[in-house]
Write a new protein. Sequence first.
Length: 75
Amino acid sequence: MSRPDKHSLTLEGHRTSVSLEPEFWRAFRDIATERGIGLNALACEIDIARGAETGLASAIRLHVLAHYRSKTGSD
């Protein structure tokens, strides 16, 4: 895996920066494209669903992992 890249996202009108490895950025974009929504919209959904103790970058990684596990039938 590569070093994390920082990108800006807009969540409910507020800009925030998120650092993810390029592989996670690609997978995150692919999921948004597959669902037919923008990256900011997907990030907003994840932000709303995450617990207060979970950072946004971690929540995105977990979302990507869960997405691909659901496609393979893994736990």
